[in-house]
Design a binder for this molecule. Structure first.
Ligand code: PBG
Ligand code: ZN
Length: 319
């Protein structure tokens, strides 16, 4: 008889043969920065997550810095929204100001800048809208301008999340032309049209005011197409690729990891809120569930995990 249990007999032996370990250096924490002053707004659908104005953000930034995780993913929430998302590429936009502030005060933190128009457009779509259609090619120059202005502000990595076709190539060319040849692109390559994003849209104030995102984000039934999306982003020049959401998509994560490029997963807002809600009811053990989920993402092949649990997990991984 094959006795598998021999290697399960004590914590020491289990640790010795454990295949997958999560390290806090692989974690990235998403943050929401609102334009204005004196803001610390709880996001009701995401317990523990707040929108901060820059002047209040030090308590958060200091915690991130002290936690030992690698960095943050920044989402800006501008006061002014319009059809062309002009605040997205304004040198003095909230996101640009926040990045300058963070890189100046916490230079050791990796600042990853999300590139998408939905927080900045009056209609909440990720691209330019014409007669209720989301225009692909007309959106690319705006994303490119946004990426360059975030790189100028000091972003370490540019992360396009819009799902327009050809945006990685367009952004790469714009970054290179403006002297940012060394700024990596982390592309949200296989980003599915998912109901798991709804708490995020409260946090980022980015819900579309008509229709949905199904003409640009992927159909969640499609696994083969997801691999083609990832391959195409690599060909267009992405340095790091991403699968999003994470937990219901670990089959895609596995396949994407086999391409051999650095791979991120985004453990999204709805995944976080479900864990928080069940934990608050005493129905699950939050720490155990979170560590199990993060380990599963790693086991499937992720190298980088973007998660709202990052600060808690960094602590729990040290215990
Ligand atoms: C915007 C964007 C979204 C997320 C990250 N960037 C939501 C969306 O497409 O509406 C989702 C993140 C989360 O749910 O935590 N392009
Ligand atoms: Zn968007």
């Amino acid at each position: 008889m094959k006795r598998f249990r021999r290697l399960r007999s004590s914590e020491a032996i289990r640790t010795l043969v454990r295949e997958t370990k999560v390290d806090k250096s692989e974690l990235i924490y998403p943050i929401f920065i609102s334009e204005g002053e004196n803001i610390k707004n709880p996001v009701d659908s995401m317990p523990g997550v707040f929108q901060y104005s820059i002047d209040q953000a030090d308590e958060l930034l200091q915690r991130i810095s002290d936690s030992g995780i690698s960095g943050l993913l920044i989402f800006g929430i501008p006061k002014h929204k319009d059809e062309m998302a002009s605040s997205a590429y304004d040198e003095n936009g909230v996101t640009q100001q926040a990045i300058r502030y963070i890189k100046n005060k916490y230079p050791e933190l990796l600042v990853i800048a999300d590139v998408c128009l939905c927080e900045y457009t009056s209609h909440g779509h990720c691209g330019v809208v014409h007669e209720h259609k989301i225009m692909n090619d007309e959106t690319l120059p705006l994303l490119s301008k946004m990426a360059v202005s975030l790189a100028k502000a000091g972003a370490d990595i540019i992360a396009p999340s819009d799902m327009m076709d050809g945006r990685v190539a367009a952004i790469r060319a714009a970054l290179d032309k403006n002297g940012f040849v060394s700024t990596p692109i982390m592309s949200y390559s296989a980003k599915f049209a998912s109901a798991y994003y709804s708490p995020f849209r409260d946090a980022a104030e980015s819900a579309p005011c008509f229709g949905d995102r199904k003409t640009y984000q992927m159909d969640y039934a499609n696994g083969k197409e997801a691999v083609r999306e990832v391959e195409d982003d690599i060909l267009e020049g992405a340095d790091i690729v991403m699968v999003k959401p994470a937990l219901a998509y670990l089959d895609i994560v596995k396949q994407a990891s086999l391409l051999g490029y650095p791979l991120a997963v985004y453990n999204v807002s709805g995944e976080y809120s479900m864990v928080k809600a069940a934990a608050r009811n005493g129905w699950i053990d939050e720490k155990k569930i979170v560590l199990e989920n993060l380990t599963a993402m790693k086991r499937a092949g992720a190298n980088i995990i973007i998660t709202y649990h990052a600060l808690d997990a960094a602590r729990w991984l040290e215990e």
